[in-house]
Write a protein that binds this ligand. Structure first.
Ligand SMILES: NC(=O)c1ccc[n+]([C@@H]2O[C@H](COP(=O)([O-])OP(=O)(O)OC[C@H]3O[C@@H](n4cnc5c(N)ncnc54)[C@H](OP(=O)(O)O)[C@@H]3O)[C@@H](O)[C@H]2O)c1
Length: 288
């Protein structure tokens, strides 16, 4: 699929991967719909892209609010009359000691990362069916393939997105709609992981490797053009470890835990410190 004049919705376009992705898609001459809660950041990005000749629509959207999702689709159709690509990228991290996580935080993580993506896709698919074409890209994570310690809630949402993608493909491939799960590893030049590293001063094990927003954008372009089921974006390649875990679950589990636990324990400790600081009103505590 050439992207010239295609209409692409990107959720979570105000920061990190989504922000850089919008810049890459603008170079492909797509027409962009930028969605997130921070309207000022979206407007700033829109101004930049419009100055370069890109047709951009900004829609302030909280993906955990079904009314906002309805509004996002309605405004897109009013302006462009079609939707060619939906990129469900908005997401929040939840790396914490599970015994400390609040119910609200669990629900917000699931509603943002998973329910929002499913509901928005449900609103978009009828338009893609009418066109007999479309691509749904779900920004999952390697955490959805090999869930790390302290990431149970986050990993569950990403595993859910991967399952949802498989279901969509089985149902709609023969009607012209592709669906792809993108699974980035730790992305080192912006976004969730980068912020945790800056806040904790601790990096992941070199054995885990990682990726960049540029590599994730390249994977999204490949997904739009070729519609594969799933792309894992990480160097070194992570699929051998995933296969190993399927064949030898205990050995795979030992490896996943060994390479990710020290880093994510630090992130979880910080999450607990922040909650304690918020509860006692002491804002001198470090923030992630
Ligand atoms: N960075 C990584 O290492 C990494 C690795 C694997 C997968 N991922 C996934 O990649 C995606 C992007 O992550 P990132 O690292 O770029 O994160 P980020 O820098 O924190 O950006 C997250 C984006 O999601 C938006 N968002 C959060 N909650 C939202 C809500 N309720 N409604 C609408 N938008 C919302 C944020 O915008 P507002 O705050 O303005 O709403 C922001 O634009 C996520 O799904 C994440 O799980 C990231």
């Amino acid at each position: 699929m050439s992207l010239q004049d295609k209409v692409v919705i990107i959720t979570g376009a105000s920061a990190g991967i989504g922000h850089d992705l919008a810049q890459h898609l603008a170079k492909e001459k797509a027409r962009l719909v930028l969605a997130a809660r921070s309207e000022d950041k979206l407007q700033h990005l829109s101004d930049q892209l419009s100055a370069g000749g890109t047709d951009v629509l900004v829609v302030r959207t909280d993906v955990s609010d079904p009314n906002d999702l309805n509004d996002l689709v309605e405004q897109t159709i009013d302006r462009f009359q079609r939707i060619d690509v939906l990129i469900n990228n908005a997401g929040v991290e939840c790396f914490c000691h599970f015994e400390d996580v609040e119910t609200d935080e669990i629900l917000q993580t699931i509603e943002t990362n998973l329910t929002g993506a499913i509901v928005l896709t449900r609103l978009v698919v009828p338009h893609m069916l009418r066109q007999s074409s479309g691509a749904v890209i779900n920004m999952a994570s390697t955490a959805g393939k090999l869930c790390p310690p302290f990431g149970g809630v986050y990993g569950a949402t990403k595993a859910g997105l991967i399952g949802f993608t498989q279901g969509l493909r089985g149902e709609y491939l023969d009607r012209g709609i592709t669906a792809t799960a993108i699974c980035p590893g730790f992305t080192k030049n912006g976004g969730i992981y980068d912020r945790i590293v800056k806040a904790t001063g601790k990096k992941t094990s070199t054995a885990l490797g990682g990726t960049s927003t540029k590599a994730v954008a390249a994977a999204v372009l490949k997904a739009i053009h070729a519609g594969p089921p799933e792309i894992i974006v990480n160097w070194p390649p992570m699929r051998p470890a995933i296969v190993l875990r399927e064949i030898f679950p205990r050995i795979g589990e030992m490896l996943t835990t060994a390479v990710s636990k020290p880093f994510l324990r630090r992130a979880a400790d910080m999450s607990t410190q922040e909650k304690n600081a918020a509860a006692t009103g002491n804002s001198d505590q470090p923030t992630a």
